[in-house]
Design a protein around this ligand. Structure first.
Ligand SMILES: [Zn+2]
Length: 69
């Protein structure tokens, strides 16, 4: 009882990864997004700094100033 269609169901090809913005299937043209809109939205976030990694505040290193005479 081999059903050729059944095996395909649990394998998701890499190129069909969902759009990181909205989770819809990505479109080749806008990969990895599903549309230009999602791509732009993502870019906008980058530009506005939402994606910034939490290195905003540098650790203050002024507890022991070097004594160079
Ligand atoms: Zn999308």
């Amino acid at each position: 009882m081999a059903d050729p269609g059944a095996a395909k169901n649990n394998v998701v090809p890499l190129k069909e990864r969902p759009c990181p913005q909205c989770g819809r299937p990505a479109v080749d043209r806008f990969r990895p997004f599903c549309s230009g809109r999602c791509a732009n939205a993502d870019l906008g976030r980058w530009l506005s700094g939402e994606y910034r990694i939490a290195t905003d505040e540098e650790a203050s290193v002024d507890e022991d100033p070097p004594e160079d005479l």
